[in-house]
Design a protein around this ligand. Structure first.
Ligand code: BG6
Length: 493
């Protein structure tokens, strides 16, 4: 697919996501010569800034990210693409002026609208864009990129979808889950489907259980308002972690095209055994960070953070156990956890194989052998590791764990931010790394019973000290031999 020149219209351009991710990603695409000739970026913001002020702002955003790689000459070229449109997105005037601006000849008529705004504004903004006929594809394509969260629960997601489909057809909608733009996440597919030796082992006959962890040492920064109404289950598990689960467990798709890939992901989500309300306490745990230490520094508890009500029971840690009731995975527990202010920042998928029989080693020093693990480090360490048991050198028959390593990037290979990949895919019209509505819908179906139970149990939430690994949730595990794995290097038991 070829990237075509387009006008990127960014709603919420002065906000956090735009500063930290979107503008730096667009600049890096320009550095890599991947922005087609003529591409323009029109920022929409409420602040009364002129063109020069906007250019200075973007220069700061890009420098903060690019650091030593900042190139003044390329930034000059990038600046020529940038425009600022001042307006209040709740007022019709903003859209009439926008339509006039976009009709000018310097703006390509393929237009991508990036909605980096509060979910409550998605509907009204689309309605006003539609009133100005800005979604009509007479002179070029029109695409809309929608940031998460897509809804607040199943009902609200369905309502939002209904509203969107009033203005747009599905081909125009790009629901973003930035995890799918991460190189290592895409590498999960390559690892599974380009290496024939794994496929025979990738099932319930050989795999004991799967763990997916996304831990963060940061707190909620200035996002108190959003986070307190979302919580960890909505913020990370319903979206990013369930997406990781689909990639690790889905059947091989017939091809990498968007529909084939998403068909297989949806099949996994549909096969997940629903959690009955009475099983919520056995299959899901939550917690909230109390004050503690991160990297030796004292940090506040969640209730002391800005914009958090003193009696909030919003979870900053969530873990759950799921079962996929299909032929490949029946009976294999999948454990997932995420949290803020945990001991270290790490995203990883750990696949634990069954124990081999020990019979062969009877009458030797080998008492116990660790099972094989496949470890997929998503970030910050990007790696694939297979842990094997090998003989320890020496006269005795004893063993130790050693790992086969395939790191994702060599030292001289640059890291690419997930948003670079995804912003480019929009220009190419490639939706394979964006979510189809049924993926979002089935993901909500999975977590909805937990959300509903937690919503009525608002009197108490377990806490954990900042800098720890979260609240006690070992009851989640099916067997004594299973427990959270927090390291990507061999753990001796
Ligand atoms: C976002 C969540 O979607 O993902 C944040 O809203 C979280 O709370 C972030 O910190 C994690 O993304 P990444 O790319 O830093 O792992």
């Amino acid at each position: 697919m070829k990237a075509e020149p387009c006008t990127y219209v960014i709603f919420g351009a002065t906000g956090n996501l735009s500063r930290i991710k979107l503008m730096p990603a667009l600049y890096h695409l320009d550095v890599a010569d991947r922005l087609p000739e003529g591409t323009r970026i029109l920022a929409i913001g409420r602040r009364p800034w002129d063109q020069q002020k906007w250019l200075d702002e973007v220069s700061d955003m890009v420098k903060a990210k690019a650091k030593d790689d900042f190139d003044e000459t390329i930034f000059q070229r990038f600046s020529a693409r940038l425009y600022y449109h001042q307006g209040d997105i709740s007022q019709t005037e903003c859209y009439t002026l926008l339509a006039d601006t976009l009709a000018k000849k310097e703006f390509p008529q393929n237009i991508a609208f990036y909605l980096s705004i509060s979910p409550a504004d998605f509907g009204p903004v689309m309605s006003m864009l539609s009133d100005q006929h800005l979604f009509t594809e007479d002179s070029g394509w029109r695409r809309v990129i929608i940031e998460k969260p897509f809804g607040y629960d199943l009902d609200s997601a369905e309502a939002l979808q209904k509203r969107i489909s009033h203005y747009l057809n599905e081909e125009q909608v790009y629901r973003i889950d930035h995890y799918l733009g991460k190189g290592m996440v895409q590498n999960v597919l390559v690892f599974r489907f380009a290496n024939v030796m794994l496929e025979p082992l990738w099932n319930r006959n050989y795999i004991d259980h799967i763990q997916i962890t996304h831990s963060e040492s940061i707190g909620i920064d200035s996002r108190g308002d959003y986070y307190n109404s979302a919580g960890a289950l909505r913020d990370m598990l319903q979206s990013h972690l369930l997406q990781l689960l689909t990639l690790v467990t889905m059947e091989p798709p017939v091809s990498m095209d968007a529909e084939s890939l998403r068909d297989e992901k949806v099949k996994v989500l549909k096969s997940i055994r629903p959690i009955p309300k009475e099983a919520v306490h056995a299959q899901a745990f939550r917690g909230q960070y109390a004050k503690g230490h991160i990297d030796g520094e004292k940090v506040n508890g969640y209730l002391e953070e800005t914009h958090i009500p003193p009696n909030s029971t919003t979870e900053t840690y969530a873990s759950m156990k799921l079962y996929i009731d299909n032929w490949r995975w029946r009976g294999v527990p999948i454990y997932m956890r995420t949290g803020k202010r945990l001991a270290k920042a790490q995203s990883s998928i750990s696949i634990c194989f069954r124990h081999p029989p020990l019979q062969f080693f009877r009458d030797t020093n080998v008492q116990c052998m660790n099972p094989n693990w496949v470890l997929l480090g998503i970030q910050p360490e990007e790696c694939i590791r297979i842990e094997m048991t090998v003989k320890e050198p020496g006269l005795e028959m004893s063993t130790r764990t050693s790992s086969l390593d395939a790191s994702f990037r060599n030292q001289d290979e640059k890291a690419i931010d997930a948003y670079e990949d995804l912003l480019l895919d929009v220009l190419k019209g490639d939706r394979s790394l964006f979510l189809r509505f049924d993926e979002v819908e089935y993901a909500w179906r999975i977590v909805d019973p937990i959300l509903q139970t937690w919503a009525i149990e608002r009197d108490f939430i377990a806490t954990y000290p900042a800098g720890s690994w979260g609240p006690e949730d070992s009851r989640l595990f099916d067997k004594d031999s299973q427990s959270w794995r927090s390291s990507l290097t061999p753990e001796c038991k």
